[in-house]
Design a protein around this ligand. Sequence first.
Ligand code: F6P
Length: 371
Amino acid sequence: MSSHPSRIKKIAICTGGGDAPGLNAVIRAATLAAHNRGWEVYGIRDGYNGLLLPEQYEDGGLIPLTRDRVRGITHLGGTILGTTNRGNPLRYPIQGFDGTIQEVDRTDELLRHIQLHGFDALISIGGDGSMEIANALSKKGLWVVGVPKTIDNDLAETVITFGFDTAASFATECLDRLHTTAASHSRVMVVEVMGRYAGWIALESGISGSADIILIPEIPYDLDKVAAKILERDQLGRKFCIVMVSEGARPKGGEVSVVSHEIGRLERLGGVGEKIAAALGELTGKETRLVVLGHLLRGGSPTTFDRLIAQRFGAAAVRAIDEGQRGVMVALDPPTVRYVPLDAATSRMKTVPLDSDVILTARDLGICLGD
Ligand code: F6P
């Protein structure tokens, strides 16, 4: 199978950032593909913490990924390795003697641990933050291959990230359920979904679940226009309304709604749905309710699409190593999976293009996008 059977002996796999359905499917596929080439495989616990803080783990922070260990996990949400969106080794938060928190670059230390354990290559499964770390480690000489994960679908150079389909499918199902209660009570239902600064989840599940209004970060909204749409529906006898809101949506000339800023991690978004629901209640005089889907979108069993793409990505990551590809991320470019430079994958965020046919579809269907 391998063109260079003796070169690789031992690889490591890590999962970083927020979890997403399909992580375990990638871990299993990569592990089996590696074992089938005669390689040993280890999983690093909780991002890179298993290597940076080994004393905190009874097993020393590394999980031997045997065939048995990855049996029966394809359909499981979460990650058997654990993950974190706090321990970025490029900006690791350390508390000084005076109590202040400082960000320290721990990548050299991390590379030393990787070398000490004799890992020939690393498969890093994660989103934009994880790919940025992978790219930095690659530039310092580590053999790294990335696998694009995130429910947000905001990673560049891949048509889709695994996890997105499961999250969007669940949000669609929620809209189906909310329609009946919204219609029965003639209410406005505001539904807030995750997605960070990209509107993919809100837009695609909003169209699929027949939302009447969809507000995404890419199109700053005007609440007067949104209220006018609700009242127009009212006059036509459609007394209820479903308003899908992305957590990163912001008013024209305004800012995104942030829950907290913490050193060593990205700002946490949230609260926009609450503001919009309250304002629409005032502007329309209609009874309004808010549903925040939040972390429910990250749980559950991956869809068929996500299980398949996760396993294609996991196997392709091992093939990439076998073929000598370094500093790349596997990416979906239908009908194939190809390798793209980590430099390109980390160069920009993939937001919804305003001229995309999905946006045009929403407009053609009469969905209000808040502008
Ligand atoms: O990036 C995935 C994501 O779920 C975003 O959609 C969301 O903004 C963020 O992570 C939430 O992070 P946390 O797990 O820290 O609440």
